[in-house]
Design a binder for this molecule. Structure first.
Ligand code: PLP
Ligand code: MN
Length: 381
């Protein structure tokens, strides 16, 4: 078996036993299991109702327990952004893994081959003929086959083939490499997901769908119609499931529903069907300066590429949260009618879930005020 690259080496926490939600080693990541379970079930229902598969992205949670919960709710597999994610999911018995980023160095290609040996239904995207040949050569040395999808660029400017001609060229390359198995295409539009205005998002998604169909037609013309067409995220999932050319949807953030996604309008006059399930819990460390209190959660406790943390603690919803250092937060009281005391516990909705999760070692799973479980974030890299 492969070594568990992400195995935790962190010191003992207060979390070995269950108990109250409010006695954690702050700053701590708190997962509301009732809301989480509803989010998991709701997305599964929406995607199923439209006759598509759900292959949720594990980059959001990096936790085999959560991947298994998604599988139990009907997911057909899972997506991974990194080899650590994929390797740790596989080591925990999860199958149907799709690696959604190209893997291009010799060292990492070796890891892909090892993964394919251990979990033969693993798939990986390619966007370059040389990369396809390198993967094929490494697989051939081990007398293995690797399942590949052609990655399609949708206007974000990140990875993927940028034209039908390039897709056909890559398709022909894959076809001529016996150690690669062609499984279809991936088309993910990172720029579509957080488009705030729903009309604009619909329009952009439709443009993306036309682009994907152009690639599909070109591949059909060389008898390489894609069996799998995978893509879509939380922001575009409904449009993609309703009218996109996808066979499956890769949404990730819906399980947590972070503050960033809450700034996006779901659909004209409609509320998101997902609620906030993930919080950072912090505690008050100083109250001496008028107008605000200081907490123990600063720039090491939140990913910074999202909106500011949104405080949900009763009576403090009107406050604003500011980073005041690596290990300090500043809670501006803004006319709140309660003034927190030292040691008080304050909880915030995570600004941007995926990179915030990667800062922590575990989820403190709660139901109401009770801490009921602790789940390791074992694939942190
Ligand atoms: N698929 C890919 C390739 C991604 O990079 C991401 C997120 O960045 C997702 C799916 C999931 O998107 P979201 O977290 O918006 O649901
Ligand atoms: Mn994200």
């Amino acid at each position: 078996p492969l070594p568990l690259i992400g195995k935790l080496m962190s010191p003992a926490h207060d979390t070995s036993s269950v108990g109250t939600r409010y006695n954690l080693n702050t700053p701590a990541l708190v997962l509301d299991l009732d809301v989480f379970e509803r989010n998991v079930a709701t997305m599964a229902e929406i995607i199923k109702a439209h006759g598509k598969g759900l292959r949720p992205h594990a980059k959001s949670h990096k936790c085999p327990t959560i991947a298994q919960a998604q599988r139990d709710a009907g997911a057909i597999g899972l997506c991974c952004a990194t080899l650590d994610e994929a390797q740790i999911m596989a080591a925990n018995g999860l199958s149907g893994i799709l690696i959604t980023s190209p893997v291009t160095t010799g060292y990492k290609i070796g890891r892909v081959v090892a993964l394919a040996e251990q979990t033969p239904d693993t798939m990986i995207v390619v966007d370059n003929p040389d990369n396809a040949r390198n993967l094929a050569a490494a697989a051939e040395q081990k007398s293995l086959q690797i399942n590949v999808l052609i990655d399609v660029e949708l206007g974000f400017g990140r990875t993927g083939v940028t034209s039908p001609e390039a897709a056909v060229q890559l398709g022909n390359t894959i076809r001529n490499l016996p150690s690669l198995v062609y499984c279809g295409i991936q088309a993910y539009g990172g720029h579509l997901q957080h488009t705030v205005d729903p009309i604009e998002r619909l329009d952009l998604c439709r443009q993306a769908h036309r682009r994907i169909e152009g690639i599909m037609d070109a591949l059909a013309s060389i008898e390489m119609s894609p069996p799998i067409v995978t893509g879509g995220g939380t922001g575009s999932h409904l449009i993609d499931a309703q009218e996109g050319p996808f066979t499956e949807i890769q949404a990730g953030s819906y399980i947590f529903m972070d503050a960033e996604y809450q700034t996006v309008i779901y659909a004209e006059g409609e509320k998101w069907p997902f609620d906030n399930a993930l919080f950072v819990q912090t505690s008050v460390t100083s109250t001496n300066v008028p107008g605000f209190v200081t907490t123990d959660a600063g720039t090491k406790a939140f990913a910074l590429n999202g909106p500011e943390p949104r405080v949900i603690t009763s009576g403090l919803e009107v406050t604003t949260y500011e980073y005041a250092g690596d290990e300090h937060g500043r809670l501006h009281l803004n006319g709140a009618n309660v003034r927190p005391s030292i040691g008080d516990i304050i909880e915030c909705v995570v600004p941007h879930c995926d990179p915030t999760v990667a800062l922590y070692g575990r989820y403190h799973c709660v139901r109401g005020d009770k801490l009921v479980d602790v789940w390791e974030i074992s694939a942190r890299r």
